[in-house]
Design a protein. Structure first.
Length: 332
């Protein structure tokens, strides 16, 4: 999964800034919210790339920018060898067939005035010339694939539970047979018992249809379960990227180490003997991030260099990338 032929998405030096304006009569551009600030990574065909970090670190913005729901401020998003920034509106519409999104809130992402059949067939209405009978058959097949009764086509979203609504959202995302699906915290608003069912469904669909996922979540244990590799973000930047087991067993960034120390362990003896890393202070504002390393205000090993120079995002060990001046000391 490391050859160039197997790369589906290349994100290169991606930035997404949201401008801040001030003034009642004349809007003056005074600053920017640096939601995503110069990040790079690849997504390989058939893999699940986990994207984790605290609330406000830019995870969802990364997903929406890859899909060009947000236009990037700068940088490149190369999908299947095509730079999306070079595409016009009509060309981008064709490209959207190959990438879809499962949204976080199954209660807000489905139109309450539309039937389930209309919701799932909406992508088919826009992107295909299939007749009514063909679309009806495809919608019923999609409902079967996600584990719902195909006779539900004429029901409305309020008649379903949260887990069933998320399955409807998954069916809608599958309607155009995409290559890439961005899962934006698809289980965070569901009951714990339902979360496992939805994750198992996503894994079954990936194996069956050859899908590629970017899985955005807060639950580190769940991300380890479903992902092949993990990206750890903090304040708009990537702190660390590696294989999921490498991240859990040998984290090289102090922020990743703090995150992993907070993951519950089912063994009470191991949990009792484990050392928790408690970070002090709050996350700085993305409007005015710190000079140097973004993590320097909370890092337990920060030195003078960390407050002056932004650390290089580098491959410290094979396939293990980290942005830290002092990560070498953690290599075992």
């Amino acid at each position: 999964m490391t050859s160039e032929d197997s790369v589906l998405v290349q994100v290169q030096n991606l930035k997404k800034y949201f401008p801040i304006y001030k003034g009642l009569i004349v809007n003056k551009h005074v600053n920017d919210v640096k939601a995503v600030d110069d990040i790079s990574f690849d997504v390989y065909k058939g893999e699940t790339l986990g994207l984790v970090g605290e609330t406000g670190c830019g995870k969802t913005t990364v997903g929406r920018t890859i899909l060009h729901l947000y236009r990037p401020t700068s940088g490149k998003i190369i999908f299947g060898g095509i730079n999306l920034a070079d595409l016009g509106e009509n060309e981008m519409r064709v490209m959207r067939r190959r990438m879809q999104m499962i949204f976080q809130d199954p209660y807000a992402s489905l139109n309450p005035r539309m039937t389930v059949g209309s919701i799932i067939s909406a992508p088919l209405d826009v992107h295909t010339s299939a007749n009514r009978k063909e679309k009806q058959d495809q919608v019923q097949e999609l409902l079967k694939i996600v584990g719902l009764n195909p006779d539900f086509v004429n029901r409305y979203p309020h008649e379903f539970s949260g887990g069933q609504r998320q399955r409807i959202g998954i069916a809608r995302a599958l309607a155009l047979s995409p290559d890439l699906i961005i899962c934006d915290e698809p289980i965070s608003s569901l009951d714990v018992s339902i979360q496992a069912q939805v994750v198992n469904l996503l894994e079954e669909l990936q194996e069956r249809l050859g899908l590629t996922y970017i899985f955005i979540a807060h639950d580190l244990s769940m991300v380890r379960h479903i992902s092949n590799r993990m990206v750890v973000m903090y304040l708009g930047k990537i702190m660390e990227l590696a294989d999921r087991n490498e991240i859990y067993l040998r984290p090289l960034h102090p922020y990743t180490q703090a995150l992993m120390s907070a993951v519950p362990i089912p063994d009470p003896d191991k949990a009792r003997n484990r050392q928790r890393i408690l970070l002090e202070g709050d996350i700085p504002s993305p409007v005015n991030p710190p000079i140097g390393c973004n993590f320097n205000t909370r890092c337990p090993i920060a030195t003078e260099e960390c407050f002056k120079i932004d650390p290089e995002y580098r491959e410290l060990t094979p396939k293990h990338f980290v942005a830290c001046h002092h990560a070498e000391q953690f290599i075992k």
